[in-house]
Design a protein around this ligand. Structure first.
Ligand code: ZN
Length: 593
């Protein structure tokens, strides 16, 4: 499972990684006492129940029960394997993973995704290099002409693909990279007759990064005349179009800071805003906004302003996104630029202040929809159509409060009786599948976990200096739950293996989901005691309870056996059982004092 990463590197990564840093890349966290809290990226919620504890390096969601450490967070959120996430973290920490002793079999196992990312990274380096070389003259002059400044070129890693058929292919051939992988990465095209050529030729190149900062695709703007004006990498195992927002990796901190995201359509729009000092911006790259993209933004803010190109501020685009925003409970505003400008032109003409003012005074998407779309018609026919459209739109809003608000406002605006509108919407609702307001939390196998034994294990993790006492008492022999007994013993083992090891990491690897979840929960919610007397008393009581319960259980089972033996008339067995019972009672008394 661990690939060819040496154990000591894995340990180093585990020891140095900070779960708060890792989670912050994906979720806006706020300090709350000893913990940080935020909106869970794994289920939909209104109030933050996703909790991260920096001391224990653990996260846990009280809403859906998802939890673990930094590595399991990465695995879950990025759909990465264990070695992938270790390699990713090692890369960020500047830890080099030695490439020695890689057998052919292991090499094949290195995941395809990792290889594709590496190929894209190599291509990005090559494109950047081209831009600065003699070949890049034409691209540099284009950059100057479009007014893209140097910091943008550097920050967003812009590059250039020369107008040649096999430039990139030759470069990869020279490095011994398999052509089929380069094709899979979308960088070359292989024809049926085996001929290959570069996909991007004579273009200004924009690396497209995922939220980890890995280059997963490219966009290319033609320099000079030619079609298409913009060309994107095709989808691949590492790149799905509607699941990425361009620039988010670079701008998410500013989005968090301002608690607002501005959504534009294209690269140049984003650059224009960014250069003007409006850094909380992302680009959809021309496609209609998807649910997945909105979910990405939602991890960092719930305030969004969309700048629509006026020529495309069509009804359907607004209607479509508004529905998604309402579902995700995001406050969305619509910014319509005057005079047919796109954001790039607008900032250049009127400056940053004017655009900011426009954004600040933009109307909410709900208002925009009602004012400009529903109520836009003048004739009776127009109004009838508006009502019909609004009924179907309102019928799709899953939150009943939102729905009623909408009904009220539309009825006022169009001048139609609220009751009639409500009943029309009601007819629509009947045919809808059950409201999908809250995403269903997958039902996990939840078994009853012994609370007393569990709390002893938790205490051992909280107060490792007491572990020798617990171990000395052989308390695990008195555990009724076999899985908990095993966990207890492995805690003791880890403690002896390395005194300063973070014992909470053990939780992450637990196979029993029920126990794992309960321990994570205890770990983030319980406030540990600092008072030694209280800790010792608590520990003593817990151990005592566990022992007495075991004796009680043993007594009951002996009693049962005794009755059975009497019924069968087995006097010898009866005698043995009575003696055994007496011995146990004697023992129990010793512990009771
Ligand atoms: Zn959750």
């Amino acid at each position: 499972m661990k690939g060819h990463i040496p154990e000591d590197i894995i340990e180093e990564v585990k020891a140095r990684v900070n779960v708060v840093d890792v989670v912050s890349e994906h979720v806006t966290l706020k300090k709350a006492g000893r913990n940080f809290v935020g909106l869970c990226p794994f289920h939909r919620e209104k109030t933050p129940s996703f909790t991260v504890n920096p001391e224990k390096q653990i996260f846990y969601c009280f809403g859906c029960g998802e939890g673990g450490n930094a590595i399991s967070f990465l695995m879950k959120i990025n759909n990465m394997s264990f070695p992938e996430s270790i390699r990713h973290l090692a890369g960020k920490m500047g830890i080099t993973i030695p490439v020695k002793k890689v057998t052919a079999g292991e090499k094949r196992k290195a995941s395809e995704k990792e290889k594709l990312i590496r190929i894209n990274q190599m291509a990005a380096d090559q494109f950047r290099h081209n831009l600065m070389s003699a070949k890049g003259e034409v691209a540099r002059s284009y950059i100057g002409k479009r007014g893209i400044d140097d910091t943008v070129v550097k920050q967003f890693g812009l590059g250039y693909s020369p107008d040649e058929w096999r430039f990139l292919q030759n470069s990869f051939d020279g490095k011994g990279v398999a052509r089929d992988l380069v094709r899979k990465a979308g960088l070359i095209i292989i024809k049926d007759n085996g001929q290959c050529y570069d996909r991007f030729r004579g273009r200004l190149m924009f690396p497209i990064e995922n939220l980890n900062g890995d280059t997963v695709a490219f966009g290319g703007r033609i320099i000079g005349d030619g079609e298409p004006k913009y060309l994107n990498s095709p989808e691949s195992p590492i790149y799905v179009k509607g699941k990425i927002l361009y620039g988010l990796y670079r701008t998410k901190n500013e989005i968090k800071r301002k608690d607002e995201a501005i959504i534009v359509e294209g690269y140049l729009d984003l650059f224009a805003l960014w250069s003007a000092g409006i850094g909380n911006v992302v680009a959809t790259l021309g496609t209609a906004l998807t649910k997945e993209q909105i979910e990405l933004v939602r991890r960092f803010t719930r305030n969004v302003s969309i700048i629509f190109d006026p020529d495309e501020a069509g009804k359907s685009a607004v209607e479509r996104s508004l529905k998604l925003f309402l579902e995700e409970e995001i406050r969305a505003r619509v910014v319509i630029l005057t005079d047919g400008y796109d954001p790039d032109e607008y900032v250049r003409t009127y400056g940053r202040g004017s655009l900011e003012e426009l954004i600040d005074h933009s109307s909410s998407m709900v208002d925009y929809y009602i004012e400009e779309i529903i109520a836009s018609g003048n004739t009776l026919e127009d109004k009838r159509d508006s009502v019909r459209d609004s009924v179907s739109f309102i019928g799709n809003i899953s939150d009943p409060v939102q729905r009623n608000l909408f009904i009220k406002r539309v009825s006022e605006k169009v001048g139609i009786d609220q009751g009639i509108l409500k009943s029309e919407v009601g007819k629509k609702l009947v045919h809808r599948p059950s409201p999908s307001g809250q995403r269903a939390i997958p039902a996990k196998k939840r078994e009853i976990v012994d609370q007393i034994e569990l709390s002893l294990i938790h205490m051992m993790m909280e107060y490792p200096d007491r572990i020798p006492i617990v171990a000395h008492d052989r308390i695990f022999d008195y555990f009724l739950s076999r899985p908990l007994k095993n966990i207890g013993e492995s805690v003791v083992q880890s403690y002896h293996a390395g005194e300063n090891k973070n014992l909470f990491h053990i939780i992450n690897d637990l196979a029993d989901q029920g126990i794992r979840e309960k321990l994570l929960k205890l770990t983030v919610e319980e406030r540990p005691y600092d008072d030694d007397v209280i800790i010792d008393k608590l520990l003593e009581d817990t151990i005592k309870k566990i022992r007495l319960r075991w004796y009680e259980m043993k007594r009951k089972s002996l009693q049962g056996e005794l009755i059975k033996a009497q019924r069968m008339g087995d006097m010898q067995l009866c005698e043995r059982l009575v003696i055994e019972k007496g011995r146990l009672l004697q023992e129990e008394k010793m512990f009771k004092v």
